[in-house]
Design a protein around this ligand. Structure first.
Ligand code: OGA
Ligand code: MN
Length: 205
């Protein structure tokens, strides 16, 4: 039995529009545990200012993004992170089967936005690397209200679409073609963002 709240309708939304939203992606207690782990990481000063770009182009750019991040190490996962990783593996298999993709790996990071932090409009695939195929962000915040700000805004046809970062909501979208931004948040905002990757198609000589 699948633990991922996935359906034919969600698959076809992703295929045709390039984005979809899943609710209750993981059980409440697991979401709460992940939020606690993120909080603890902040308290222990394990988070680092997020950057823009990759490799030698990587720069901390506060005018573009103000969040702080902590990469997850799947070989050193907590029980809650293990549940998340299992669900992600299942999602990867489903995406490969249903959408004829060739996703081979996944990378994931906690992110925290303090009050006033935002992330300006961008797409997730780097200009210098083509591995990122599908982005997904799982939100960890209990009782988020519209007045708390911090919505994820997708700039899509017929949009914009705002998604509130409420606990258990998971947004899934194409990494190459969906411009999006995080609106300024009025309270601490916790999430787990990840990217499904394919093998690079670039020819390197
Ligand atoms: C990102 C991003 C969206 C969000 O980290 O690239 O766009 O809602 N995050 O946190
Ligand atoms: Mn993004």
């Amino acid at each position: 039995m699948s633990i991922v709240p996935w359906s034919d309708r969600k698959v076809s939304e992703l295929a045709t529009r390039g984005w979809t939203v899943l609710h209750d992606f993981l059980p409440r207690d697991v979401i709460g545990q992940l939020r606690e782990e993120a909080r603890e990481g902040v308290a222990r000063d394990k988070f680092r200012e997020a950057g823009v770009g990759r490799g030698a182009d990587h720069e901390v750019e506060n005018a573009i993004r103000g969040d702080r991040i902590l990469w997850i190490d799947p070989s050193d996962a907590t029980p809650a992170q293990h549940v998340y990783w299992k669900a992600i593996e299942e999602l990867q298999n489903d995406l490969n089967r249903e959408l004829f993709l060739s996703l081979v790996s996944f990378e994931s990071q906690f992110a925290v936005y303090g009050a006033g932090a935002f992330y300006k409009t961008h797409v997730d695939r780097f200009e210098t690397a083509d591995e990122r195929m599908i982005s997904c962000t799982l939100y960890l915040n209990d009782g988020w209200r519209a007045e708390d700000g911090g919505a994820l805004r997708l700039h899509v046809e017929g949009g914009p679409i705002d998604v509130l970062p409420d606990a258990g909501t998971m947004v899934v979208f194409r990494s190459d073609s969906v411009p999006h931004e995080v609106l300024s948040s009025n309270r601490e905002r916790y999430s787990l963002t990840g990217w499904f990757r394919r093998r690079s198609l670039r020819v390197v000589d």
